[in-house]
Design a protein around this ligand. Sequence first.
Ligand code: ADP
Ligand code: MG
Length: 585
Amino acid sequence: MKIKALSQDLINKIAAGEVVERPASVVKELLENSLDAGSNQIAVEIIKGGQDLIKVSDNGQGMTREDAELAVQRYTTSKIAELDDLFNINSFGFRGEALASIASVSRFKLQTKIDQELVGAEIEIIDGETIINEIGWETGTTVTVQNLFFNVPARQKFLKTQSTEFNHILDLFSGYALLYPDISWKLIHNDKTILNLPKAKDWLTRIEAVLGADIARELLPVAFDGWEIRIKGFVAKPALSKSNSKSQYIFVNNRPVRDYLISMAVRDAYTTLIPRGEYPVFVLKIDIDPGLVDVNVHPRKSEVKFLDTRLIYRAVYNLINSVFYSGDQPILSEDDISKNPALQKPMLSQVSQYNPSANNHGTTNQAFEFTRQILQGRSGEIRGDEGKLGENFLDDWKLLGQVRVSYLIVESRKGLIVIDQHAAAERVLYDKLKNQLKAEQPRSQKLLLPINLELSAVEVDLLKENQDLLGKIGFMIDEFGGNSFNINAVPADISQYEIKKVLLGVISDLEDQEFRKTKIVEEKQDIVIKYTACRSAIKFNDQLTWEEQIQLLKDIKRYNVISCPHGRPCLWEVGWSELEKKFKR
Ligand code: ADP
Ligand code: MG
Protein backbone atom coordinates (compact mmCIF):
# COMPACT_ATOMS: atom_id res chain seq x y z
CA MET A 1 0.00 0.00 0.00
CA LYS A 2 1.21 3.46 -0.86
CA ILE A 3 -0.13 6.60 0.76
CA LYS A 4 -0.80 9.53 -1.57
CA ALA A 5 -1.96 13.06 -0.90
CA LEU A 6 -5.28 13.88 -2.55
CA SER A 7 -5.48 16.60 -5.18
CA GLN A 8 -7.32 19.82 -4.24
CA ASP A 9 -9.98 19.03 -6.82
CA LEU A 10 -10.63 15.63 -5.28
CA ILE A 11 -10.68 17.10 -1.77
CA ASN A 12 -13.32 19.56 -2.92
CA LYS A 13 -15.42 16.83 -4.45
CA ILE A 14 -15.30 14.75 -1.30
CA ALA A 15 -16.23 17.76 0.79
CA ALA A 16 -19.01 18.56 -1.66
CA GLY A 17 -20.57 15.26 -0.69
CA GLU A 18 -21.20 16.68 2.76
CA VAL A 19 -22.56 20.05 1.76
CA VAL A 20 -24.16 19.30 -1.57
CA GLU A 21 -26.41 16.33 -1.28
CA ARG A 22 -28.99 17.30 -3.89
CA PRO A 23 -30.13 20.35 -5.89
CA ALA A 24 -32.00 21.74 -2.89
CA SER A 25 -28.77 21.89 -0.90
CA VAL A 26 -27.20 24.05 -3.59
CA VAL A 27 -30.21 26.35 -3.53
CA LYS A 28 -29.95 26.56 0.24
CA GLU A 29 -26.31 27.63 0.21
CA LEU A 30 -26.88 30.19 -2.53
CA LEU A 31 -29.98 31.65 -0.89
CA GLU A 32 -28.16 32.00 2.39
CA ASN A 33 -25.28 33.77 0.68
CA SER A 34 -27.77 36.18 -0.91
CA LEU A 35 -29.37 36.82 2.46
CA ASP A 36 -26.00 37.34 4.11
CA ALA A 37 -25.22 39.90 1.41
CA GLY A 38 -28.19 42.00 2.51
CA SER A 39 -30.35 41.49 -0.57
CA ASN A 40 -34.01 42.47 -0.66
CA GLN A 41 -34.75 40.86 -4.01
CA ILE A 42 -33.91 37.24 -4.63
CA ALA A 43 -34.87 35.20 -7.67
CA VAL A 44 -34.33 31.48 -8.16
CA GLU A 45 -34.58 29.81 -11.51
CA ILE A 46 -34.62 26.05 -11.82
CA ILE A 47 -34.66 23.74 -14.79
CA LYS A 48 -35.47 20.04 -14.50
CA GLY A 49 -35.59 19.91 -10.73
CA GLY A 50 -32.21 21.63 -10.56
CA GLN A 51 -30.32 18.95 -12.41
CA ASP A 52 -29.92 21.10 -15.51
CA LEU A 53 -29.87 24.56 -14.01
CA ILE A 54 -29.93 26.36 -10.69
CA LYS A 55 -29.61 30.11 -10.91
CA VAL A 56 -29.83 32.44 -7.93
CA SER A 57 -29.77 36.19 -8.51
CA ASP A 58 -29.72 38.85 -5.84
CA ASN A 59 -29.38 42.61 -5.47
CA GLY A 60 -27.12 42.37 -2.43
CA GLN A 61 -23.82 44.09 -1.84
CA GLY A 62 -21.90 42.04 -4.41
CA MET A 63 -18.16 41.37 -4.44
CA THR A 64 -15.08 42.98 -5.87
CA ARG A 65 -13.22 40.99 -8.46
CA GLU A 66 -10.52 40.11 -5.90
CA ASP A 67 -13.07 38.95 -3.34
CA ALA A 68 -14.94 36.95 -5.92
CA GLU A 69 -11.75 35.12 -6.85
CA LEU A 70 -11.17 34.27 -3.21
CA ALA A 71 -14.77 33.39 -2.52
CA VAL A 72 -14.75 30.40 -4.83
CA GLN A 73 -11.78 28.89 -3.04
CA ARG A 74 -12.14 26.59 -0.09
CA TYR A 75 -12.26 27.91 3.47
CA THR A 76 -12.56 31.50 2.39
CA THR A 77 -15.20 33.49 4.15
CA SER A 78 -15.88 37.07 5.05
CA LYS A 79 -18.02 36.06 7.95
CA ILE A 80 -15.79 34.80 10.74
CA ALA A 81 -12.16 35.33 11.52
CA GLU A 82 -11.59 33.77 14.94
CA LEU A 83 -12.76 30.78 16.88
CA ASP A 84 -14.77 32.97 19.24
CA ASP A 85 -16.86 34.22 16.34
CA LEU A 86 -18.18 30.69 15.91
CA PHE A 87 -20.19 31.00 19.10
CA ASN A 88 -21.81 34.25 18.12
CA ILE A 89 -22.90 33.82 14.58
CA ASN A 90 -25.31 36.23 12.98
CA SER A 91 -24.82 35.14 9.39
CA PHE A 92 -25.96 31.97 7.66
CA GLY A 93 -22.63 31.03 6.18
CA PHE A 94 -19.30 30.86 7.94
CA ARG A 95 -17.67 27.61 6.91
CA GLY A 96 -16.48 29.18 3.68
CA GLU A 97 -16.79 25.98 1.70
CA ALA A 98 -20.08 26.16 -0.16
CA LEU A 99 -19.05 27.93 -3.33
CA ALA A 100 -15.87 25.86 -3.73
CA SER A 101 -17.78 22.64 -3.14
CA ILE A 102 -20.58 23.50 -5.55
CA ALA A 103 -18.11 24.61 -8.22
CA SER A 104 -16.29 21.30 -7.98
CA VAL A 105 -19.36 19.25 -8.91
CA SER A 106 -20.98 21.43 -11.61
CA ARG A 107 -20.40 23.89 -14.42
CA PHE A 108 -20.24 26.99 -12.30
CA LYS A 109 -20.49 30.70 -13.02
CA LEU A 110 -20.51 33.67 -10.67
CA GLN A 111 -21.32 37.20 -11.83
CA THR A 112 -21.08 40.07 -9.42
CA LYS A 113 -20.56 43.79 -8.94
CA ILE A 114 -20.34 46.13 -5.98
CA ASP A 115 -21.96 49.56 -5.96
CA GLN A 116 -18.73 51.53 -5.97
CA GLU A 117 -17.42 50.02 -9.17
CA LEU A 118 -18.39 50.48 -12.77
CA VAL A 119 -17.67 47.01 -14.05
CA GLY A 120 -18.37 43.66 -12.56
CA ALA A 121 -16.55 40.35 -12.58
CA GLU A 122 -17.48 36.98 -14.01
CA ILE A 123 -15.80 33.82 -12.81
CA GLU A 124 -16.40 30.55 -14.57
CA ILE A 125 -15.19 27.25 -13.19
CA ILE A 126 -15.48 24.18 -15.34
CA ASP A 127 -13.66 20.97 -14.54
CA GLY A 128 -11.35 22.70 -12.08
CA GLU A 129 -10.38 25.39 -14.58
CA THR A 130 -11.08 29.03 -13.74
CA ILE A 131 -11.76 31.75 -16.30
CA ILE A 132 -12.17 35.37 -15.16
CA ASN A 133 -13.68 38.21 -17.18
CA GLU A 134 -14.83 41.78 -16.71
CA ILE A 135 -18.53 42.25 -17.39
CA GLY A 136 -21.20 44.89 -17.26
CA TRP A 137 -23.48 44.09 -14.34
CA GLU A 138 -25.92 45.59 -11.87
CA THR A 139 -24.99 45.68 -8.21
CA GLY A 140 -25.53 42.24 -6.81
CA THR A 141 -24.61 38.66 -7.50
CA THR A 142 -25.86 35.87 -9.72
CA VAL A 143 -24.63 32.32 -9.36
CA THR A 144 -25.39 29.83 -12.14
CA VAL A 145 -24.94 26.13 -11.53
CA GLN A 146 -25.39 23.84 -14.52
CA ASN A 147 -25.32 20.08 -14.89
CA LEU A 148 -25.01 19.35 -11.21
CA PHE A 149 -22.97 16.20 -10.45
CA PHE A 150 -22.04 15.78 -14.14
CA ASN A 151 -18.62 14.63 -12.96
CA VAL A 152 -19.83 12.55 -9.99
CA PRO A 153 -22.03 9.86 -11.58
CA ALA A 154 -22.47 8.07 -8.25
CA ARG A 155 -24.21 11.15 -6.83
CA GLN A 156 -26.29 11.62 -9.90
CA LYS A 157 -27.72 8.15 -9.50
CA PHE A 158 -29.12 9.04 -6.11
CA LEU A 159 -31.15 11.92 -7.42
CA LYS A 160 -34.88 11.35 -7.41
CA THR A 161 -37.33 12.42 -10.11
CA GLN A 162 -37.40 16.02 -11.29
CA SER A 163 -40.55 16.77 -9.39
CA THR A 164 -39.30 15.27 -6.14
CA GLU A 165 -36.11 17.29 -6.37
CA PHE A 166 -38.10 20.38 -7.21
CA ASN A 167 -40.42 19.80 -4.28
CA HIS A 168 -37.43 19.81 -1.97
CA ILE A 169 -36.40 23.12 -3.46
CA LEU A 170 -39.90 24.50 -3.13
CA ASP A 171 -40.08 23.44 0.52
CA LEU A 172 -36.83 25.10 1.27
CA PHE A 173 -37.65 28.24 -0.69
CA SER A 174 -41.01 28.48 1.07
CA GLY A 175 -39.23 28.35 4.42
CA TYR A 176 -37.02 31.33 3.64
CA ALA A 177 -39.88 33.21 2.01
CA LEU A 178 -41.92 32.73 5.18
CA LEU A 179 -39.07 33.90 7.31
CA TYR A 180 -38.38 37.07 5.34
CA PRO A 181 -41.59 38.89 4.39
CA ASP A 182 -39.57 42.07 3.72
CA ILE A 183 -37.73 40.47 0.85
CA SER A 184 -39.33 39.98 -2.54
CA TRP A 185 -38.91 36.42 -3.77
CA LYS A 186 -39.40 34.72 -7.06
CA LEU A 187 -39.18 31.05 -7.95
CA ILE A 188 -39.31 29.77 -11.52
CA HIS A 189 -39.31 26.12 -12.58
CA ASN A 190 -39.01 25.06 -16.22
CA ASP A 191 -39.89 28.62 -17.30
CA LYS A 192 -43.01 28.67 -15.17
CA THR A 193 -43.36 31.12 -12.28
CA ILE A 194 -44.21 29.04 -9.24
CA LEU A 195 -44.06 31.71 -6.56
CA ASN A 196 -43.87 35.44 -7.06
CA LEU A 197 -43.89 37.18 -3.72
CA PRO A 198 -43.60 40.94 -3.54
CA LYS A 199 -42.46 42.46 -0.27
CA ALA A 200 -45.32 41.74 2.14
CA LYS A 201 -46.90 44.29 4.45
CA ASP A 202 -46.80 41.90 7.40
CA TRP A 203 -45.94 38.36 8.32
CA LEU A 204 -49.44 36.94 8.02
CA THR A 205 -49.79 38.34 4.50
CA ARG A 206 -46.67 36.46 3.51
CA ILE A 207 -47.83 33.29 5.25
CA GLU A 208 -51.06 33.52 3.29
CA ALA A 209 -49.17 33.94 0.02
CA VAL A 210 -47.03 30.89 0.68
CA LEU A 211 -49.35 28.47 2.48
CA GLY A 212 -52.64 29.49 0.88
CA ALA A 213 -55.64 31.40 2.17
CA ASP A 214 -57.40 28.29 3.46
CA ILE A 215 -54.63 27.67 5.94
CA ALA A 216 -53.97 31.31 6.78
CA ARG A 217 -57.63 31.80 7.71
CA GLU A 218 -57.45 29.05 10.31
CA LEU A 219 -54.29 30.17 12.07
CA LEU A 220 -54.16 31.33 15.66
CA PRO A 221 -51.34 33.63 16.77
CA VAL A 222 -49.07 32.57 19.63
CA ALA A 223 -46.33 34.44 21.46
CA PHE A 224 -44.09 33.79 24.41
CA ASP A 225 -41.27 35.70 26.04
CA GLY A 226 -39.42 34.32 29.03
CA TRP A 227 -36.77 31.85 30.17
CA GLU A 228 -34.41 33.46 27.66
CA ILE A 229 -36.57 32.21 24.83
CA ARG A 230 -38.80 34.21 22.54
CA ILE A 231 -41.41 32.41 20.47
CA LYS A 232 -43.68 33.96 17.89
CA GLY A 233 -45.85 32.32 15.34
CA PHE A 234 -49.10 30.75 14.29
CA VAL A 235 -50.69 27.39 14.93
CA ALA A 236 -53.58 26.00 12.95
CA LYS A 237 -56.84 24.80 14.37
CA PRO A 238 -56.83 21.02 14.82
CA ALA A 239 -59.26 20.39 11.98
CA LEU A 240 -56.60 21.51 9.55
CA SER A 241 -54.10 18.78 10.44
CA LYS A 242 -52.22 17.11 7.59
CA SER A 243 -51.00 13.65 6.82
CA ASN A 244 -47.36 14.68 6.80
CA SER A 245 -45.12 17.18 8.52
CA LYS A 246 -44.57 19.32 5.43
CA SER A 247 -46.64 22.19 6.73
CA GLN A 248 -44.62 22.59 9.88
CA TYR A 249 -42.18 25.44 9.69
CA ILE A 250 -39.67 25.95 12.46
CA PHE A 251 -37.18 28.79 12.55
CA VAL A 252 -34.51 28.97 15.19
CA ASN A 253 -32.56 32.21 15.36
CA ASN A 254 -33.73 33.05 11.86
CA ARG A 255 -32.74 29.75 10.36
CA PRO A 256 -35.28 27.31 8.91
CA VAL A 257 -34.65 23.99 10.61
CA ARG A 258 -36.19 20.58 11.00
CA ASP A 259 -36.37 19.88 14.66
CA TYR A 260 -37.81 16.74 16.14
CA LEU A 261 -37.94 18.10 19.67
CA ILE A 262 -40.03 21.12 18.75
CA SER A 263 -42.33 19.12 16.47
CA MET A 264 -42.89 16.68 19.33
CA ALA A 265 -43.63 19.46 21.78
CA VAL A 266 -46.27 20.89 19.45
CA ARG A 267 -47.70 17.47 18.67
CA ASP A 268 -47.94 16.66 22.37
CA ALA A 269 -49.68 19.95 23.06
CA TYR A 270 -52.41 19.06 20.60
CA THR A 271 -52.70 15.66 22.30
CA THR A 272 -56.22 14.43 21.77
CA LEU A 273 -57.22 17.21 19.40
CA ILE A 274 -56.01 15.53 16.24
CA PRO A 275 -56.20 11.90 15.19
CA ARG A 276 -53.12 9.77 15.50
CA GLY A 277 -50.91 9.87 12.43
CA GLU A 278 -51.84 13.43 11.54
CA TYR A 279 -49.65 16.47 11.92
CA PRO A 280 -50.67 19.93 13.06
CA VAL A 281 -49.85 22.86 10.80
CA PHE A 282 -47.72 25.60 12.33
CA VAL A 283 -45.16 28.31 11.73
CA LEU A 284 -42.96 29.04 14.74
CA LYS A 285 -40.09 31.46 15.11
CA ILE A 286 -37.93 30.74 18.10
CA ASP A 287 -35.21 33.10 19.24
CA ILE A 288 -32.77 31.98 21.85
CA ASP A 289 -29.40 33.21 23.07
CA PRO A 290 -26.95 32.01 20.38
CA GLY A 291 -24.79 30.66 23.17
CA LEU A 292 -27.56 28.21 24.12
CA VAL A 293 -27.90 26.62 20.73
CA ASP A 294 -25.39 25.01 18.39
CA VAL A 295 -26.12 25.45 14.70
CA ASN A 296 -22.77 24.12 13.67
CA VAL A 297 -23.60 20.46 14.32
CA HIS A 298 -24.71 19.70 10.81
CA PRO A 299 -22.66 20.38 7.66
CA ARG A 300 -25.80 21.62 5.94
CA LYS A 301 -26.90 23.39 9.12
CA SER A 302 -30.41 22.07 8.79
CA GLU A 303 -30.54 20.85 12.36
CA VAL A 304 -29.77 22.56 15.62
CA LYS A 305 -28.77 21.37 19.01
CA PHE A 306 -30.25 22.95 22.11
CA LEU A 307 -28.19 22.89 25.25
CA ASP A 308 -31.30 22.66 27.40
CA THR A 309 -33.79 20.50 25.56
CA ARG A 310 -36.29 20.37 28.41
CA LEU A 311 -36.53 24.11 28.56
CA ILE A 312 -37.38 24.35 24.86
CA TYR A 313 -39.84 21.51 25.05
CA ARG A 314 -41.65 23.04 28.01
CA ALA A 315 -41.78 26.50 26.53
CA VAL A 316 -43.27 25.28 23.26
CA TYR A 317 -45.59 22.77 24.87
CA ASN A 318 -46.99 25.21 27.43
CA LEU A 319 -47.50 27.91 24.87
CA ILE A 320 -49.46 25.80 22.41
CA ASN A 321 -51.29 23.97 25.14
CA SER A 322 -52.54 27.27 26.53
CA VAL A 323 -54.12 28.08 23.17
CA PHE A 324 -56.36 25.04 23.17
CA TYR A 325 -56.82 24.25 26.82
CA SER A 326 -57.53 26.20 29.92
CA GLY A 327 -57.31 23.91 32.89
CA ASP A 328 -58.52 20.56 31.67
CA GLN A 329 -60.99 21.91 29.20
CA PRO A 330 -60.10 22.51 25.59
CA ILE A 331 -61.18 26.00 24.62
CA LEU A 332 -62.48 25.45 21.13
CA SER A 333 -65.52 26.68 19.35
CA GLU A 334 -68.47 24.38 18.76
CA ASP A 335 -67.56 24.50 15.12
CA ASP A 336 -64.12 23.03 15.78
CA ILE A 337 -65.55 20.33 17.91
CA SER A 338 -68.14 19.29 15.37
CA LYS A 339 -65.45 19.08 12.73
CA ASN A 340 -63.14 16.89 14.75
CA PRO A 341 -64.28 13.33 15.33
CA ALA A 342 -61.59 12.79 17.92
CA LEU A 343 -63.13 15.52 20.01
CA GLN A 344 -66.62 14.17 20.06
CA LYS A 345 -66.96 12.47 23.37
CA PRO A 346 -69.30 9.75 22.24
CA MET A 347 -72.36 10.26 24.35
CA LEU A 348 -73.86 6.94 25.17
CA SER A 349 -72.22 5.34 22.21
CA GLN A 350 -73.34 1.95 23.38
CA VAL A 351 -76.93 2.90 22.60
CA SER A 352 -76.23 4.00 19.08
CA GLN A 353 -78.31 1.14 17.81
CA TYR A 354 -81.39 2.88 19.11
CA ASN A 355 -80.51 6.04 17.34
CA PRO A 356 -81.76 5.89 13.80
CA SER A 357 -81.21 9.46 12.68
CA ALA A 358 -77.75 10.87 12.15
CA ASN A 359 -76.36 13.53 14.49
CA ASN A 360 -78.84 12.59 17.12
CA HIS A 361 -77.14 12.12 20.43
CA GLY A 362 -78.48 9.53 22.81
CA THR A 363 -81.02 10.86 25.27
CA THR A 364 -81.70 9.84 28.78
CA ASN A 365 -84.81 8.13 27.58
CA GLN A 366 -82.92 6.02 25.14
CA ALA A 367 -80.38 5.14 27.78
CA PHE A 368 -83.17 4.12 30.07
CA GLU A 369 -84.80 2.05 27.37
CA PHE A 370 -81.49 0.43 26.61
CA THR A 371 -80.95 -0.59 30.21
CA ARG A 372 -84.45 -1.95 30.38
CA GLN A 373 -83.94 -4.05 27.29
CA ILE A 374 -80.65 -5.38 28.54
CA LEU A 375 -82.20 -6.32 31.83
CA GLN A 376 -84.90 -8.14 29.97
CA GLY A 377 -82.26 -9.78 27.82
CA ARG A 378 -84.08 -9.04 24.59
CA SER A 379 -81.71 -6.64 22.90
CA GLY A 380 -82.09 -8.39 19.57
CA GLU A 381 -85.80 -7.84 19.26
CA ILE A 382 -86.22 -4.15 19.68
CA ARG A 383 -88.62 -2.37 17.39
CA GLY A 384 -88.21 1.28 16.64
CA ASP A 385 -90.66 3.85 15.36
CA GLU A 386 -89.63 3.36 11.79
CA GLY A 387 -89.58 -0.37 12.04
CA LYS A 388 -86.04 -0.20 10.82
CA LEU A 389 -84.49 -0.62 14.17
CA GLY A 390 -85.18 -4.25 14.34
CA GLU A 391 -83.38 -4.85 11.10
CA ASN A 392 -80.24 -6.29 12.55
CA PHE A 393 -80.22 -9.62 10.73
CA LEU A 394 -78.37 -10.04 7.48
CA ASP A 395 -78.51 -13.64 6.34
CA ASP A 396 -76.67 -15.41 9.10
CA TRP A 397 -75.27 -12.24 10.67
CA LYS A 398 -76.83 -10.44 13.56
CA LEU A 399 -75.53 -6.97 14.27
CA LEU A 400 -75.05 -6.33 17.97
CA GLY A 401 -73.81 -2.77 17.61
CA GLN A 402 -70.87 -0.43 17.67
CA VAL A 403 -68.36 -0.41 20.50
CA ARG A 404 -65.71 2.18 21.36
CA VAL A 405 -67.02 4.17 18.37
CA SER A 406 -64.64 2.04 16.33
CA TYR A 407 -65.71 -1.57 16.05
CA LEU A 408 -68.87 -3.32 15.00
CA ILE A 409 -69.77 -6.51 16.79
CA VAL A 410 -71.67 -9.18 14.92
CA GLU A 411 -72.96 -12.57 15.94
CA SER A 412 -72.67 -15.22 13.27
CA ARG A 413 -73.51 -18.89 13.17
CA LYS A 414 -69.89 -19.75 13.83
CA GLY A 415 -69.07 -17.22 16.50
CA LEU A 416 -68.52 -13.55 17.24
CA ILE A 417 -67.13 -11.19 14.61
CA VAL A 418 -65.32 -7.98 15.47
CA ILE A 419 -65.09 -5.56 12.55
CA ASP A 420 -62.61 -2.70 12.31
CA GLN A 421 -64.98 -0.08 10.92
CA HIS A 422 -62.33 2.02 9.21
CA ALA A 423 -60.39 -0.83 7.64
CA ALA A 424 -63.56 -2.46 6.38
CA ALA A 425 -65.12 0.73 5.02
CA GLU A 426 -61.86 1.58 3.31
CA ARG A 427 -61.74 -1.81 1.64
CA VAL A 428 -65.33 -1.55 0.45
CA LEU A 429 -64.74 1.89 -1.00
CA TYR A 430 -61.55 0.76 -2.66
CA ASP A 431 -63.38 -2.11 -4.34
CA LYS A 432 -66.23 0.14 -5.44
CA LEU A 433 -63.92 2.72 -6.99
CA LYS A 434 -61.84 0.03 -8.57
CA ASN A 435 -64.85 -1.65 -10.17
CA GLN A 436 -65.96 1.63 -11.67
CA LEU A 437 -62.58 2.28 -13.13
CA LYS A 438 -62.67 -1.17 -14.73
CA ALA A 439 -66.04 -0.35 -16.22
CA GLU A 440 -64.32 2.71 -17.66
CA GLN A 441 -67.00 5.07 -16.59
CA PRO A 442 -66.24 6.67 -13.30
CA ARG A 443 -69.49 7.68 -11.71
CA SER A 444 -69.18 11.24 -10.58
CA GLN A 445 -71.59 13.10 -8.39
CA LYS A 446 -71.83 16.73 -9.29
CA LEU A 447 -71.71 19.05 -6.32
CA LEU A 448 -74.57 21.48 -6.00
CA LEU A 449 -72.14 24.21 -5.13
CA PRO A 450 -68.55 23.87 -6.18
CA ILE A 451 -66.16 23.74 -3.26
CA ASN A 452 -63.31 26.19 -3.39
CA LEU A 453 -59.77 25.10 -2.62
CA GLU A 454 -57.00 27.57 -1.86
CA LEU A 455 -53.77 25.69 -2.25
CA SER A 456 -50.14 26.24 -1.41
CA ALA A 457 -47.65 26.30 -4.27
CA VAL A 458 -46.56 22.73 -3.54
CA GLU A 459 -50.15 21.56 -3.64
CA VAL A 460 -50.87 23.41 -6.89
CA ASP A 461 -47.97 21.62 -8.47
CA LEU A 462 -49.08 18.21 -7.24
CA LEU A 463 -52.65 18.79 -8.28
CA LYS A 464 -51.86 19.99 -11.78
CA GLU A 465 -49.48 17.14 -12.33
CA ASN A 466 -52.16 14.60 -11.46
CA GLN A 467 -55.36 16.30 -12.54
CA ASP A 468 -56.06 13.76 -15.30
CA LEU A 469 -55.52 10.88 -12.98
CA LEU A 470 -57.92 12.33 -10.42
CA GLY A 471 -60.41 13.02 -13.22
CA LYS A 472 -60.36 9.35 -14.20
CA ILE A 473 -61.62 8.31 -10.83
CA GLY A 474 -64.26 11.02 -10.68
CA PHE A 475 -62.76 14.17 -9.19
CA MET A 476 -63.59 17.08 -11.48
CA ILE A 477 -61.45 20.01 -10.49
CA ASP A 478 -61.13 23.29 -12.38
CA GLU A 479 -58.55 25.98 -12.12
CA PHE A 480 -60.05 29.16 -10.78
CA GLY A 481 -57.10 31.48 -11.20
CA GLY A 482 -53.97 31.76 -9.08
CA ASN A 483 -53.78 29.10 -6.43
CA SER A 484 -57.52 28.76 -6.38
CA PHE A 485 -59.38 25.68 -7.63
CA ASN A 486 -62.97 24.53 -7.71
CA ILE A 487 -64.09 20.98 -6.99
CA ASN A 488 -67.13 20.43 -9.18
CA ALA A 489 -67.66 16.72 -8.83
CA VAL A 490 -66.38 13.82 -6.77
CA PRO A 491 -66.53 10.02 -7.17
CA ALA A 492 -70.11 8.87 -6.67
CA ASP A 493 -69.39 6.57 -3.77
CA ILE A 494 -67.55 8.88 -1.47
CA SER A 495 -69.38 10.71 1.22
CA GLN A 496 -69.99 14.39 0.56
CA TYR A 497 -68.99 15.10 4.11
CA GLU A 498 -65.61 16.78 4.40
CA ILE A 499 -64.79 16.58 0.71
CA LYS A 500 -62.31 19.39 1.01
CA LYS A 501 -60.38 17.65 3.72
CA VAL A 502 -60.44 14.40 1.78
CA LEU A 503 -59.08 16.01 -1.36
CA LEU A 504 -56.42 17.99 0.48
CA GLY A 505 -55.41 14.73 2.10
CA VAL A 506 -55.23 12.92 -1.23
CA ILE A 507 -53.19 15.76 -2.74
CA SER A 508 -50.67 15.55 0.06
CA ASP A 509 -50.53 11.77 -0.37
CA LEU A 510 -49.42 12.32 -3.96
CA GLU A 511 -46.08 13.30 -2.55
CA ASP A 512 -45.46 9.86 -1.10
CA GLN A 513 -42.63 7.83 -2.52
CA GLU A 514 -44.91 4.89 -3.16
CA PHE A 515 -46.83 7.00 -5.68
CA ARG A 516 -43.91 8.90 -7.10
CA LYS A 517 -41.70 5.98 -7.86
CA THR A 518 -44.08 4.08 -10.09
CA LYS A 519 -44.32 5.12 -13.71
CA ILE A 520 -47.09 2.75 -14.72
CA VAL A 521 -50.38 4.57 -15.13
CA GLU A 522 -52.53 1.68 -13.88
CA GLU A 523 -50.44 1.41 -10.74
CA LYS A 524 -50.67 5.13 -10.18
CA GLN A 525 -54.44 4.95 -10.53
CA ASP A 526 -54.60 2.11 -8.11
CA ILE A 527 -52.59 4.04 -5.55
CA VAL A 528 -54.76 7.14 -5.90
CA ILE A 529 -57.84 5.01 -5.39
CA LYS A 530 -56.27 3.59 -2.29
CA TYR A 531 -55.55 7.10 -0.99
CA THR A 532 -59.07 8.26 -1.78
CA ALA A 533 -60.58 5.24 -0.07
CA CYS A 534 -58.42 5.73 2.99
CA ARG A 535 -59.15 9.44 3.23
CA SER A 536 -62.88 9.31 2.73
CA ALA A 537 -63.86 6.07 4.43
CA ILE A 538 -65.54 6.01 7.81
CA LYS A 539 -62.91 6.63 10.48
CA PHE A 540 -62.23 5.33 13.91
CA ASN A 541 -64.22 7.49 16.31
CA ASP A 542 -66.97 8.09 13.76
CA GLN A 543 -70.23 7.39 15.44
CA LEU A 544 -72.38 5.35 13.07
CA THR A 545 -76.12 5.28 12.96
CA TRP A 546 -77.84 1.94 12.94
CA GLU A 547 -78.47 2.27 9.19
CA GLU A 548 -74.86 3.10 8.53
CA GLN A 549 -73.75 0.05 10.46
CA ILE A 550 -76.13 -2.18 8.52
CA GLN A 551 -75.02 -0.63 5.23
CA LEU A 552 -71.41 -1.36 6.07
CA LEU A 553 -72.24 -4.98 6.87
CA LYS A 554 -74.10 -5.32 3.57
CA ASP A 555 -71.13 -3.95 1.69
CA ILE A 556 -68.73 -6.18 3.55
CA LYS A 557 -70.77 -9.19 2.49
CA ARG A 558 -71.20 -8.00 -1.06
CA TYR A 559 -67.51 -7.34 -1.60
CA ASN A 560 -66.40 -10.26 0.48
CA VAL A 561 -64.09 -8.10 2.52
CA ILE A 562 -61.30 -9.72 4.45
CA SER A 563 -58.43 -7.28 4.61
CA CYS A 564 -58.03 -3.56 3.93
CA PRO A 565 -56.09 -2.25 0.87
CA HIS A 566 -53.01 -1.90 3.09
CA GLY A 567 -53.27 -5.58 3.93
CA ARG A 568 -54.40 -5.10 7.51
CA PRO A 569 -57.23 -7.41 8.58
CA CYS A 570 -60.76 -5.97 8.68
CA LEU A 571 -62.53 -8.72 10.53
CA TRP A 572 -61.71 -10.94 13.41
CA GLU A 573 -63.84 -13.93 14.10
CA VAL A 574 -63.82 -15.79 17.40
CA GLY A 575 -65.43 -19.16 17.00
CA TRP A 576 -67.89 -20.46 19.57
CA SER A 577 -65.58 -23.38 20.23
CA GLU A 578 -62.80 -20.96 21.03
CA LEU A 579 -65.03 -19.19 23.50
CA GLU A 580 -65.97 -22.50 25.02
CA LYS A 581 -62.34 -23.44 25.38
CA LYS A 582 -61.63 -20.11 26.99
CA PHE A 583 -64.36 -20.68 29.57
CA LYS A 584 -63.41 -24.32 30.02
CA ARG A 585 -66.86 -25.60 29.09
P1 ADP B 1 -19.61 31.20 3.57
O1 ADP B 1 -20.97 31.66 3.19
O2 ADP B 1 -19.64 30.07 4.55
O3 ADP B 1 -18.72 32.31 4.00
P2 ADP B 1 -19.37 30.52 0.80
O4 ADP B 1 -18.46 29.62 0.08
O5 ADP B 1 -20.80 30.27 0.71
O6 ADP B 1 -18.91 30.55 2.31
O7 ADP B 1 -19.07 32.00 0.32
C1 ADP B 1 -17.77 32.53 0.44
C2 ADP B 1 -17.81 34.03 0.53
O8 ADP B 1 -18.26 34.59 -0.71
C3 ADP B 1 -18.79 34.59 1.55
O9 ADP B 1 -18.20 34.66 2.84
C4 ADP B 1 -19.13 35.97 0.98
O10 ADP B 1 -18.17 36.91 1.40
C5 ADP B 1 -18.99 35.77 -0.52
N1 ADP B 1 -20.31 35.60 -1.19
C6 ADP B 1 -20.86 34.45 -1.57
N2 ADP B 1 -22.07 34.65 -2.17
C7 ADP B 1 -22.29 35.97 -2.16
C8 ADP B 1 -23.34 36.83 -2.63
N3 ADP B 1 -24.49 36.32 -3.18
N4 ADP B 1 -23.21 38.17 -2.47
C9 ADP B 1 -22.10 38.67 -1.88
N5 ADP B 1 -21.09 37.94 -1.42
C10 ADP B 1 -21.15 36.60 -1.55
MG1 MG C 1 -22.35 30.50 2.21
